[in-house]
Design a protein around this ligand. Structure first.
Ligand code: ADP
Length: 190
C-alpha cells in the first residue's frame, strides 16, 4: 500500500503520517527530513541541497527522484510507504509513477491536507519557536508558500484528474483529522 501525503508547509503531514504509519504498519518517508538530516551530517547530498533549502526553494527533481528510488529499493519499503511531502512538481509526480510502476506498484491514495493560509503562517511561527528550523524564518517561509502555490498546487489537479486525490479538511484537533483520514481511506477500500 503506497500513500502520498500532500499539502502546504505546516499542514500536519508529518503528524498524520506518523499516526498512519503506526496504524498501517508502514514506514514513512519524508524528503524534507531526509534532506535536513543530510545537511546536518554534511553529506554530498546535504552540501548540494543546503543553500536551496535555506532559501525555501525546491531542490532539483533529479535529486528527489534519486532519493525516492533509493527509498523504494530498501527492503523495508517493499510492502508500501507513507510518502510525506515527497512530490512537489509535475515531473516528480510523473517520475514517481514510473518508479512505482517499474516495481508493479502505484499510489493507492493521495491525501491532500487542506489548511487555509492564515492558519499555516501561525502554525509555522509557533513551530519556529519550538524547533528552530533554519528554513522557518519568515522570508524562507514566504518563499516556501510561493513554491507551493506555483509548483505544488498544480500537482493536486494532476492527481485529481487521475481520480486518486482525497481532500481532508485539516484544521481542528489532531484526533479528529486522523479520524477523517481513516474514514476516507476506508471509504475507498484502502
Ligand atoms: P515544508 O513542507 O514545511 O516546506 P519539509 O520539511 O517537507 O518542509 O521540506 C523542507 C525543504 O526540503 C523544502 O523547502 C525543500 O527545499 C526541500 N524539499 C523537500 N521535499 C522536496 C521535494 N519533493 N522537491 C523539492 N524540494 C523538496
Amino acid at each position: 500500500m503506497d500513500i502520498l501525503l500532500m499539502g502546504p508547509p505546516g499542514a500536519g503531514k508529518g503528524t498524520q503520517g506518523a499516526l498512519l504509519s503506526e496504524s498501517m504498519g508502514l514506514p514513512t518517508f519524508a524528503t524534507g527530513n531526509l534532506l535536513r538530516d543530510a545537511v546536518s551530517r554534511g553529506t554530498p547530498l546535504g552540501l548540494q541541497a543546503r543553500a536551496v533549502m535555506e532559501a525555501g526553494k525546491l531542490v532539483s527533481d533529479e535529486i528527489i527522484l534519486g532519493v525516492i528510488r533509493d527509498e523504494l529499493d530498501r527492503p523495508a519499503a517493499a510492502g508500501g510507504v507513507i510518502f510525506d511531502g515527497v512530490v512537489r512538481t509535475i515531473p516528480q509526480a510523473e517520475g514517481m509513477e514510473r518508479l512505482l510502476a517499474d516495481r508493479g506498484r502505484k499510489l493507492n491514495a493521495v491525501l491532500f491536507f487542506d489548511v487555509p493560509d492564515a492558519e499555516i503562517i501561525g502554525r509555522i511561527e509557533r513551530r519556529r519557536g519550538i524547533e528552530g528550523r533554519p528554513d522557518d524564518d519568515p522570508a524562507a517561509v514566504a518563499t516556501r508558500l510561493q513554491s507551493y502555490r506555483d509548483q505544488t498546487a498544480p500537482v493536486l489537479a494532476w492527481y485529481e484528474s487521475r481520480g486518486s486525490l482525497i481532500r481532508i479538511p485539516a484544521v481542528g484537533p489532531v484526533d479528529d483529522i486522523a479520524t477523517r483520514v481513516r474514514r476516507a481511506l476506508a471509504l475507498q477500500g484502502t
